[in-house]
Design a protein around this ligand. Structure first.
Ligand SMILES: [Zn+2]
Length: 305
């Protein structure tokens, strides 16, 4: 594929999800060129995922002037941001030294980060939140994604696993979580739980119509309240400047955004941070984490200078 803007070096942004693989080049901040979204399995076809990834990138980047690679994963990543640690949705990447391998292959800087961090950095640009010191992003999809960005820098934690908010324990729940613990919030306040409700309680309602048809049902109200508790827990601990809420669940038809905010405020400490809480519902853009990956790379490069 030809690059029409060869005079400007680009950042290659990649978003590797459980289902889809998204890739694009960011020449100009906030925009992708040559964006592709393909099934993740069409990239990782052999038993050697690093070789598959290298070959796909090499083919994609032919005739392009790419100076940096930045990849987001739905995964826990080591503190140094070099290796994917634990990735239930892309298990074939677990334990792989992605940064070392791709740096050796392409001889350009390579960065990896959690996809939710990429999402917050994208939203920071989209909503011009440059003067907001602390951003907390909550992305309710199948599970619960959370990232905390302080002064433009993502919170990493001692082991690299800060922001695993989906795994706060819920009193009384014994549900087994993908992380190995029992009773994690993620299984009660994420899309997985909605799918479970459709199967077991509302078999005649397609999941996409759940809030339209059953929004007033106590089970759905309880679900919204659990989402609110999740957000309020972090808000009460961190007192962030801005809360970003996104992901597939809040984008569903009929999703009660006002009610969610109302319930977040119920569970948030008074008078502060409740009184000045700023909540933004973000979009679910296709190239969100690809652009966010470029934002992340730019942030890392800036910090090195
Ligand atoms: Zn868990």
């Amino acid at each position: 594929m030809r690059n029409e803007k060869t005079e400007t070096p680009g950042i290659l942004g990649i978003d590797i999800g459980g289902t889809n693989f998204r890739i694009g080049v960011v020449y100009e901040q906030g925009k992708t060129a040559n964006f592709r979204k393909i099934p993740v399995r069409s990239v990782f076809r052999t038993t050697d995922p690093m070789k598959d990834l290298r070959e796909y990138i090499a083919e994609y980047c032919q005739n392009m002037d790419i100076r940096t690679i930045s990849i987001g994963f739905p995964a826990a990543i080591d503190r140094e941001r070099k290796t994917v640690l634990q990735a239930p949705n892309v298990a074939f990447m677990e334990g792989l030294p992605v940064v070392q391998y791709l740096t050796d292959a392409f001889h350009i800087p390579v960065y990896i980060e959690r996809d939710v961090t990429m999402a917050v950095l994208y939203d920071r640009r989209k909503w011009s939140l440059w003067d907001q010191n602390m951003l907390c992003g909550f992305y309710f999809g199948t599970g619960i994604g959370n990232a905390i960005v302080i002064d433009g820098v993502p919170l990493v934690g001692r082991n690299g696993t800060a922001g695993e908010l989906g795994h706060i324990p819920v009193d009384g729940s014994t549900e087994l979580c993908g992380c190995g613990n029992r009773g994690c919030m993620e299984n009660l306040a994420g899309g997985k739980y909605l799918a479970h409700l459709c199967e077991s309680v509302f078999p005649d309602t397609p999941i996409g119509r759940l809030f339209l048809e059953k929004g007033e049902d106590p089970l759905l109200q309880q679900f919204i309240d659990r989402m609110a508790m999740t957000v309020a827990t972090e808000v009460n601990i961190l007192d962030p400047d801005c809360v970003l809420i996104g992901g597939g669940v809040p984008s569903m038809a009929g999703f009660p955004k006002e009610r969610l905010v109302e319930r977040i405020l119920v569970h948030t400490r008074k008078p502060f941070p409740a009184q000045s809480l700023r909540v933004i519902f973000t979009g679910d853009e296709e190239d969100k984490c690809v652009i966010g990956a470029a934002e992340y790379a730019a942030m890392r490069m800036k910090r090195m200078n």
